[in-house]
Structure formats: C-alpha cells, structure tokens
Design a protein. Structure first.
Length: 94
C-alpha cells in the first residue's frame, strides 16, 4: 500500500480517534484488524511515535463512518490559504 505524507494537524486528529475508540469500546487490536495494519503500528500512531499517513487516517475514519474534507473559501493571505488546505473531519453519524 502506498503511504502518503502527513498534511493534517496530527495533534487534533489523534484525540478524536482515541475518543471514538473509547466510545465504542474498541481496542487497538480490533482497529488494527479492521484496517489491516499491525496493532503495534496502530499503537505507534496513537502514541505519536510515528506520524499517521493520510491514507491510514482515511481508513481509520471509514471504520467510524467518518471522512475528511477540505474547506474551500477565498483566502485573504497565505496563513488563511494554508489553514483552508488542512482537511477537516466530517461525521456521517450526525
């Protein structure tokens, strides 16, 4: 599987994933089986030891019926443009 580079705010995403896992009483082993990634690698992603590639993030979010999307608007400056290019998480369950 091809791994893409991280292009999202990693510190914001990990707590969301761990909260989703806790809410559903899902273990790292159960998640690892659903996304076909080793439990040890999932542990490294969730602990912050390894950065999670976007394609892995997408797989994990699909397990929870969630997705990421990009917000597009007219940016006034470079900082706003960069912020707009960060993916946002969308919950299909709402």
């Amino acid at each position: 599987m091809y791994r893409t580079k991280e292009v999202y705010n990693y510190e914001e995403v990990i707590p969301i994933i761990t909260d989703l896992m806790e809410t559903r009483k899902m273990t790292q082993l159960e998640l690892s089986k659903l996304v076909d990634i080793s439990q040890s690698q999932i542990s490294r992603y969730l602990s912050g030891r390894n950065k999670m590639p976007v394609d892995v993030l997408i797989l994990i979010l699909r397990v929870f019926r969630m997705s990421i999307y990009f917000q597009k608007r007219e940016a006034q400056n470079q900082e706003e443009f960069i912020e707009d290019m960060k993916p946002k998480i969308y919950n299909y369950n709402l």
